[in-house]
Design a protein around this ligand. Structure first.
Ligand SMILES: C[S@@+](CC[C@H](N)C(=O)[O-])C[C@H]1O[C@@H](n2cnc3c(N)ncnc32)[C@H](O)[C@@H]1O
Length: 248
């Protein structure tokens, strides 16, 4: 799956049901998320992160945070209360427009579109914190995922903290995701996305993994230091998911 295909899928979801595409709990599908309740989940998530940050002792500075795969800025907003500047990056221009609209009163939040499999838009050692959860798991091409992980290390400050989540194992029976494949094929054939989502009950969101050993190999190549690897249960009970806490 190319980066353009991935982008098209997220543009569709940003149009169809953006908040559910971000936190996909069944009871909130078809635009049932209350916006305040939705953003509250971001506050809770960042408070949880800060209990871990306090134990790890990194980052040392609080100038700039990156929320990679920011969606509508659920976490960018919460991070903006802790950092001088909080930058959200997303592959979907519609997610970025929504993020700008929904967070217009959070003046130290900035949102940037990135349509590439690299993060050349940022210079080396730029961020004190890089945070990315429930994003890499949706990228089907492992080469793209690996590229982002290398790039995270490159743009992380020496005293910074990189935190990212990705499943390490999906049982073979769950790897073929027929609904997502059907959505993509019909969409490529010109079918209307609203019809596929609302009437056919299909969506393009996929779940992927990268074995822990692979992730460690990339991090070692980049001379990153692994502070901790946690089992996080973020991808459901049948999928093993890890969160990596990294510095350099
Ligand atoms: C499930 S949402 C999670 C949003 C956010 N991390 C949160 O927890 O609120 C996944 C987001 O990642 C974005 N995304 C997917 N692939 C991406 C990529 N290659 N680069 C940047 N953003 C990406 C999608 O557009 C979507 O907004």
């Amino acid at each position: 799956m190319s980066i353009k295909d991935l982008q098209r899928d997220w543009e569709d979801m940003a149009e169809l049901d953006p908040l559910w595409a971000i936190i996909s709990v069944p009871e909130k599908q078809y635009k049932k998320w209350d916006i305040e309740e939705f953003f509250k989940t971001g506050e809770i998530e960042i408070e949880r992160l800060f209990t871990i940050i306090n134990k790890l002792g990194n980052p040392k500075n609080y100038h700039r945070a990156l929320d990679f795969g920011c969606g509508v800025g659920r976490l960018t907003r919460a991070l903006s209360k802790k950092f001088e500047e909080s930058i959200g990056v997303d592959i979907s221009s519609k997610m970025i427009s929504l993020a700008n609209e929904m967070n217009s009163s959070y003046v130290n939040c900035k949102f940037q579109l990135n349509e590439n499999s690299n993060l050349k838009i940022f210079e080396n050692d730029y961020f004190d914190l890089i945070y990315s959860i429930i994003v890499l798991q949706h990228i089907s091409d492992p080469e793209i995922t690996k590229s982002y992980i290398s790039e995270f290390v490159r743009i992380l400050n020496k005293d910074g903290l990189l935190v990212f989540q990705i499943p390490s194992y999906i049982p073979p029976s769950m790897r073929i995701q027929t609904g997502a494949m059907e959505f993509s094929n019909l969409r490529r054939g010109g079918e209307d996305s609203k019809f596929l989502y609302e009437k056919r009950k299909l969506n393009p969101i996929r779940m992927n993994f990268l074995p822990e050993a692979e992730v460690i190999r990339i991090l070692m190549k980049q001379k990153a230091k692994i502070l901790e690897i946690k089992n996080d249960g973020m991808a459901g009970s049948e999928i093993e998911s890890r969160t990596y806490y990294i510095t350099k």
